[in-house]
Design a protein around this ligand. Structure first.
Ligand SMILES: [Zn+2]
Length: 420
């Protein structure tokens, strides 16, 4: 796609690799690459400054304020925070549709987690420095670049620091953006920055559905109320039958019973029992199938336990009922990028131009939302290297961050189009 004002529109559009090569050869891009090289101390500083502001799930407000302030300082237009706490800033261009660069600002760490953020040489340490310190810092590097170095582009850029990517956040920030009239159809491409590295392209959205299954019964004394239905037995029967379900390897689908609770003492028939079930797949249909099987297994287990109770009970006893509830505690949609999508062609052309080797992967990221809506989106890393994500030992190594930044810049420009 070439956006030219009075440019002679060539009969033959350049292929994506040609366009990337042409972009990368321009003097502007060479100055941009040089600029990245000189900025590392500033970037590491921002990264640590941000990581020192707690951002537990549903508690990202203070970090959002910090980011909005940075967006304003760095000259973005129309800086705003929406109802759920997503932070937006625009770098203007031509046309009404945007190329989005986003990074989640939340962490997995609960409020009160000690944030001992420190630097040793090129390495940064502490909770959240990489996930998503690396992503947010790379986004800020791009914002700062556009202010300092003249880089032409056609479509406008929309920068977003979004909330709610991790855990119970359940992608609520991104979900809100794609449910908002103002943005929904105005976003042409989404480039999501999540964590460190330059070696991955997440183009398949791993979906998940998580349930809390709760079974309740009358409870009772193990001796005198013998015969009353037992919620733990219902769960055990459900697990036994659900776990027999065959799952396909393609689309890869999995399930897990991760937590099971119930009962009060060895000599009491429990009044309730619960379990947490995680179902994952890249296919929505497969997740729906597994959910239906789980629900059927539960209904059957209740029937079986009711029948068993009737057999055990004395005739004078009134049969007490069992009840169950399946609460959805997580729901991330699945989706796959069309193999011919332009965003995929762009990132591949950029990688081959930079001599970077990256694998297409399947993961659960903010890109799940646009991908599940059939939109063009990928998630990539913010450069450098990282490890220990979601632990207090998390680290980020700034060396090599530049490659990640070049990769992001070339992708953004190729997506936005540059006048010849
Ligand atoms: Zn992340």
């Amino acid at each position: 796609m070439v956006f030219g004002s009075q440019a002679e529109v060539s009969d033959v559009y350049p292929s994506v690799p040609e366009e990337v090569a042409r972009l990368a050869a321009s003097p502007e891009i060479r100055s941009a690459f040089n600029w990245f090289r000189t900025q590392e101390p500033q970037l590491a500083h921002w990264q640590m400054e941000m990581a020192r502001i707690a951002a537990p799930p549903f508690g990202e407000a203070a970090r959002g304020v910090w980011l909005a302030e940075k967006f304003r300082e760095l000259g973005l237009d129309d800086v705003r925070v929406d109802d759920v706490g997503n932070v937006f800033g625009v770098h203007p261009g031509f046309g009404k549709r945007y190329v989005v660069l986003s990074a989640h600002i939340d962490t997995v760490f609960p409020a009160g987690t000690p944030l001992n953020i420190r630097q040793q040489g090129s390495k940064l340490y502490g909770p959240g420095v990489s996930d998503n310190g690396a992503g947010v810092t790379a986004m800020l590097a791009l914002v700062a670049l556009l202010r300092s170095v003249r880089v032409r582009h056609a479509m406008p850029f929309l920068f977003i620091g979004n909330v709610g990517e991790e855990g119970e956040g359940d992608l609520r920030g991104m979900r809100h953006i794609f449910a908002t009239q103002r943005w929904k159809d105005a976003i042409a491409y989404s480039l999501v920055l999540d964590g460190a590295g330059s070696d991955t392209i997440v183009a398949e959205a791993l979906g998940s559905r998580r349930f809390e299954v709760i079974v309740r019964g009358p409870g009772g004394h193990s001796w005198s109320d013998f015969g009353a239905p037992n919620p733990i037995v219902v769960l055990a029967r459900t697990v036994e039958s659900f776990c027999q379900t065959p799952v396909p390897t393609s689309p890869k689908s999995t399930f897990n019973i991760g937590v099971i609770r119930g009962g009060t003492s060895v000599n009491s028939i429990p009044e309730s029992a619960s379990m947490r079930v995680d179902i994952r797949s890249t296919s929505m249909a497969e997740m729906e199938r597994l959910e239906a099987i789980l629900r059927q297994a539960l209904d059957r287990a209740i029937e079986e336990e009711t029948l068993a109770m009737e057999r055990r009970s004395m005739s004078q006893r009134r049969p007490f009922g069992l009840s169950c509830e399946v609460a959805v505690i997580g729901n991330r949609p699945a989706g796959e990028l069309d193999p011919n999508a332009r965003i995929l062609q762009v990132i591949r052309a950029v990688d081959s131009h930079l001599g970077n080797v990256a694998q297409v992967q399947r993961a659960s990221t903010d890109a799940n939302i646009p991908l599940s809506l059939g939109r063009e989106a990928i998630a990539i890393g913010g450069g450098g290297a990282g490890g220990g994500a979601h632990t207090l030992q998390e680290w980020f190594d700034c060396s090599g961050r530049e490659l990640g930044l070049k990769r992001i810049l070339l992708s953004l420009l190729a997506l936005a189009g540059v006048s010849a």
